[in-house]
Design a protein around this ligand. Structure first.
Ligand code: PLP
Length: 446
């Protein structure tokens, strides 16, 4: 399979190049040249298949030409060593719990899959191996991405990960998930804010001398190996709902920030997954919502909210969504907007509305929402039509946001054993100023 750039000015890439480079030369996002429909028989029997088997079928559809079958099966099965159940919350509202992975966040699946796929390419040989150099993954994080990527890549041979995070600005629970790992994971504590971390990473990718010295790559959600595997979730949701005979008028609601997760669901839809329509639930960062209303995409600086993993003012995967619904790659703005509006509905919620949804859901059903999932819950509650069944993603375990959740619901939520184990490890980090010269000097010594 070849991958083209959404900006249309870069050469086509094979999967290995798309994964190792992340972004195309023209700064566009890679898109697969074809999206094959899965056979009818697959959907007829899907309710009897395990999450892992479903995922392997979906993965083969995208990666089967480029990755040997047994290896792909190992990568998929090893990535999905946990479940993602559908749980009834109330009436016609269900939740797809995406937080049963190692760091209790949905990003675990993409991070683990990408780490294993990169590991496969390095072992298999080819240009990367010939140079016999370690691949260095740089990732800037405001909390959640760093832990998922660090844990996903932990112990993968031939890869070293540098996690840059703003000193004192991530929660203690988040920090311990990437500072206590050791091995091939280095946590870099930057004296600055998240934007400084991101600027350091961007400068590093653009620095010629540094790129000659070491092989650098990124693991953010624009990477095809990180966002596409999230489609597994939606096939599984459909299967579990079909087993309950509830999949006919199935609406999928995805709390969204960079729009990688919902984008993978849309790819699933293009592969034939019978989801009736989608709802993108946003916090106060309402750029996509406004696009649906007006047809104009106007990125702006993000605002801080309770659902901070969705504080994005210029969602990077928007370009993929536009590309997916533009005819033959030609961007006829009105037609594209029309197609997108026919399939995706938008919602946006203030912190007050998020809190209200959390309280109302807890009091009425006992289910504890995290602030991100709360946007999804509320969007379904307000927008489901008679006869429709809605499933929203719970994108993180509520205990990851313990201080906020306890405060809003007036409870004392248990910290799962897996999270507690991280908290017992010893913090190791490298202190760094926000000056690129310092960061570069440090990397040049590695
Ligand atoms: C990353 C994240 C999101 C947003 O997902 P996107 O793919 O960026 O839209 C939502 N909730 C949580 C908890 C996250 O960590």
């Amino acid at each position: 399979m070849k991958y083209y750039s959404t900006n249309g000015k870069a050469p086509m890439a094979d999967l290995q190049k798309a994964v190792v480079k992340g972004l195309a030369e023209d700064r566009g996002l890679y898109m697969p040249e074809r999206i094959e429909k899965l056979p009818k028989a697959f959907f007829e029997n899907i309710q009897d298949m395990s999450f892992q088997d479903i995922a392997y079928n979906v993965a083969s559809n995208f990666f089967g030409e480029d990755v040997d079958g047994d290896a792909l099966q190992d990568i998929v099965f090893d990535t999905l060593s946990f479940d993602c159940p559908v749980v009834k919350v109330k009436d016609n509202i269900y939740t797809l719990e995406l937080f049963h992975g190692p760091t209790l966040a949905f990003k675990d699946v993409g991070a683990r899959f990408m780490a294993r796929l990169l590991g496969y390419f390095l072992r298999r040989g080819g240009s990367e191996r010939a140079a016999n150099r370690t691949v260095n993954v740089l990732v800037a994080t405001s909390g959640d991405t760093g832990s998922a990527v660090a844990n996903g890549f932990l112990g993968v041979e031939g890869i070293h990960v540098y996690v840059l995070y703003p000193k004192g600005k991530v929660s203690p629970i988040q920090e311990c998930q990437f500072t206590t790992l050791g091995k091939n994971i280095t946590a870099i504590e930057v004296d600055g804010v998240f934007d400084d971390c991101q600027a350091l990473v961007k400068s590093a990718f653009m620095d010629e001398e540094l790129n000659k010295h070491m092989k650098l790559t990124s693991a953010n959600s624009i990477n095809v190996a990180r966002f596409l595997p999230q489609a597994f979730y939606y096939f599984n949701a459909y299967a579990r709902m079909k087993a309950l005979d509830l999949a006919d008028e199935f609406v999928m609601c995805v709390p969204s920030g960079n729009f990688g997760n919902i984008c993978s669901a849309l790819f699933g839809h293009e592969m034939g997954l019978p989801i009736k329509r989608f709802i993108a639930a946003n916090n106060a960062n309402d750029i996509f919502y406004k696009y649906l209303q007006t047809g104009k995409y106007e990125p702006k600086a993000s605002v801080q909210t309770l659902a901070n993993a969705m504080d994005v003012g210029d969602p990077s995967n928007f370009a993929r969504i536009l590309n997916l619904y533009s005819q033959n790659g030609a961007l006829v703005e009105e037609a594209t907007h029309h197609r997108i509006c026919n399939l995706i509905y938008g919602a946006t919620y203030s912190d007050e509305q998020i809190k209200k949804a959390m309280r109302q859901c807890y009091n009425e059903t006992g289910y504890i929402l995290d602030p991100h999932g709360a946007c999804g819950y509320r969007a379904l509650q307000e927008n489901l039509k008679p006869g429709e069944i809605g499933v929203f993603c719970e994108t993180a375990h509520p205990a990851k946001f313990k201080e906020k959740v306890d405060d809003i619901l007036n409870i004392n939520i248990d910290i799962p054993a897996r999270l507690r184990a991280f908290m017992e490890g010893e913090k190791q980090s490298v202190e760094m100023s926000k000056d690129f010269a310092d960061f570069k000097a440090y990397l040049m010594k590695q």
